[in-house]
Structure formats: structure tokens, C-alpha cells
Design a protein around this ligand. Structure first.
Ligand SMILES: Nc1ncnc2c1ncn2[C@@H]1O[C@H](COP(=O)(O)OP(=O)(O)O)[C@@H](O)[C@H]1O
Ligand SMILES: [Mg+2]
Length: 314
């Protein structure tokens, strides 16, 4: 069976500058792929090529087996696209906009009415359908943008920074919507927000300078963190020397680093050798040393640290 979305050697040069540099990956149904990278990494450029709005310098994308460079119309029928910033006609109402988009997509008559009603109910904009888009909140404008993207019930949704510029509640709403739609679609969202990866993505591809630098589940990415399986513990400053040397003496501990101290308490982080699990050894060593620990926890790893390291490496 053809992959839903297959990207092969996709490349874009603007003059002598390479914005997207030979990227390849595949996405299957049920996946929400986070396309992650700092500003300028090439996310939007890649998405514009995949959706048929920008011609690749080399490589291509296959959507349901159709090559976007050869059959852009077939691809556009199967893809819903929310462009970055999603400019909308402020004077139109959502109802008029969705009617216009239906006409452009060649959906008419009863099918048009059904498509608009179904998108409006899925995205929950029914009560603002006859209000000028310019008067809607940012969160509702973004919903209208998503409604136009799903109007033709595409199998694949490409959303470029869908939560950018929204307040925390609006972000939450849009993420909930994405999770709901993920059941029967392939969804690719670009983001520079790390918490988005944890809350909506089943997989993340990190790009930097137009190249893929990581590809895995959020848990895989966290496991690349220096802090993965490290143990943080907090205790009285008076016992700090004794505790530090007790933990440093553990065979599987690589080093112990002092963190912040406040209110007579000091925090240490014990980094394991080869990401081994050391929390039991650390708490046993502290107990043997007769230290009473205020707080102890194992770290999952920090996405922001991994992100910074892999996107700034030369
Ligand atoms: N039409 C264009 N002409 C020249 N350079 C461009 C053009 N579009 C994007 N770029 C450059 O390509 C790089 C990637 O941009 P973009 O894909 O928008 O990144 P992102 O979406 O990850 O922030 C940036 O350095 C940007 O300035
Ligand atoms: Mg962008």
C-alpha cells in the first residue's frame, strides 16, 4: 500500500541559499507529526512544497502515491493546508468564506451545504458563521482557518504553526481539535513550541538549517537529554558535603552537580553513566550516610535541552 505521505529528497534553494536541504521521511495514518525547528529552519518552505504551492528545486512529495510536482491537483484534493498566519478575508463571514472555498474546490449543491455544515460543526464555529471574520477573536479566526482546511475532508492535514499567537486557552482548544482530528487523518504541524510536541505529537522531526537532525517520539527525544535518568535531590545545607561524596562514590554515577540553594536547602543533580537508572542507588547511598532527604526525583530528560543542543550543533 502506498504511504499516505512520503517525502523524498525534498530541496529548495533560493539563489545560492539552501532553505530545505534534501529531506526525506514518511508519515502514516494516525500519526501527528510535529515538524519542529527554530525560526528560519525551513519548516514553512518545506510545507509549501508538500502542498503544491512552491516548486522544489529537487526531490518531491508523494501524497497517496501522487507526485506533487507532476499531479499537484490530485495532491491538493487530498491535502488540507493551514498556511502560516492564515490570512483570511476579514469582511467575509465564515459562512461566505467556506462557500467561496467550496466553489474554488468545485464542491456544489447539496455536497457544498453538507461540507460546510460538517466542517462548521467539527470545528465548533456554528454560532459565529454569520459574523464578519474581522470581528472574531484570534482563536476563532484560527478555527475558521482550520475549517477551510478540512472542508473537503482531506486525508492529510498540514498545519503551519496552528497555535502561534494564541493565548493559552485558545492554544489548548486548538490542540484539542488537532487531537480529535488525528483519529482518522495524517496530521503534520509545524511548531517552534516544545510543549506542543508533548501535548499533541506522536512523533517529532526536528529540522535545523534545512536538514533533519532528529526523528522520533517525544520520549525518544527526551532520552537523548543529558538529564535523562539523572536524579535530583534536595537536602539540608549542613549535610551537603557528606551527601555529595556518598553519591559520587556510586559506581553508576558519573558526576554530581550542585544546583540552587534556598532556605537552608541545597539541590544536587546526579548524572548517571550511560543513562543508567540510579535513583534506587542514590537514595540507598543517602540513607546509608544517614542523610535525611527533603525531595528526590528521577528526570525524564528535557526537550528544551535536546532541542537547543541538536539545533545549534554545527
Ligand atoms: N521566497 C524566499 N526567498 C528567499 N529566501 C527565503 C524565501 N522564503 C524563505 N526564505 C528563507 O528560507 C529560510 C527558511 O524559511 P522558512 O521556511 O520560512 O523557515 P521557518 O518556517 O522554519 O521559520 C529562511 O532563512 C528564510 O529567510
Ligand atoms: Mg514558518
Amino acid at each position: 500500500m502506498d504511504r499516505m505521505l512520503q517525502i523524498e529528497g525534498l530541496t529548495k534553494q533560493f539563489g545560492s541559499f539552501t532553505a530545505v536541504d534534501n529531506i526525506s521521511f514518511e508519515v502514516d495514518r494516525g500519526e501527528v507529526l510535529g515538524f519542529l525547528g527554530p525560526n528560519g529552519a525551513g519548516k514553512t518552505t518545506a510545507m509549501r512544497m508538500v502542498t503544491g504551492f512552491l516548486t522544489p528545486t529537487a526531490g518531491t512529495a508523494y501524497v497517496g502515491g501522487h507526485d506533487v510536482t507532476l499531479e499537484p491537483q490530485e495532491v491538493k484534493r487530498r491535502i488540507g493546508y493551514l498556511p502560516e498566519g492564515a490570512p483570511l478575508y476579514e469582511d467575509m463571514t465564515p459562512s461566505e468564506l467556506l462557500g467561496f472555498v467550496s466553489d474554488v474546490r468545485g464542491i456544489s449543491g447539496g455536497a457544498k451545504r453538507d461540507a460546510i455544515a460538517s466542517a462548521a460543526s467539527r470545528i465548533n464555529i456554528e454560532h459565529v458563521m454569520h459574523q464578519a471574520i474581522g470581528t472574531l477573536s484570534k482563536g476563532y479566526k484560527r478555527r475558521v482557518g482550520i475549517a477551510q482546511a478540512i472542508l473537503h475532508d482531506p486525508e492529510i492535514l498540514i498545519l503551519d504553526e496552528p497555535t502561534d499567537g494564541l493565548d493559552p486557552n485558545q492554544k489548548h482548544e486548538v490542540r484539542k481539535l488537532i487531537n480529535e482530528m488525528a483519529k482518522d487523518k495524517v496530521i503534520v504541524i509545524s511548531t517552534h513550541l516544545l510543549d506542543e510536541v508533548d501535548t499533541v505529537c506522536s512523533r517529532a522531526i526536528v529540522i535545523a538549517h534545512g536538514k533533519i537532525v532528529a526523528d522520533g517520539t517525544p520520549v525518544d527525544l527526551e532520552a537523548q537529554s543529558e538529564l535523562h535518568n539523572a536524579v535530583t535531590f534536595r537536602l539540608a545545607e549542613a549535610e551537603s558535603e557528606k551527601s555529595k561524596s556518598a553519591v559520587e562514590a556510586i559506581e553508576s554515577v558519573d558526576r554530581v552537580v550542585e544546583g540552587e540553594s534556598a532556605d537552608g536547602l541545597v539541590t544536587y543533580t546526579a548524572y548517571p553513566k550511560d543513562s543508567q537508572i540510579v535513583i534506587d542507588d542514590v537514595s540507598a547511598a543517602l540513607k546509608d550516610a544517614g542523610v535525611s532527604v527533603q525531595e528526590i526525583q528521577a528526570e525524564r530528560g528535557r526537550l528544551d535541552e535536546v532541542f537547543r543542543r541538536i539545533t545549534t550543533a554545527a
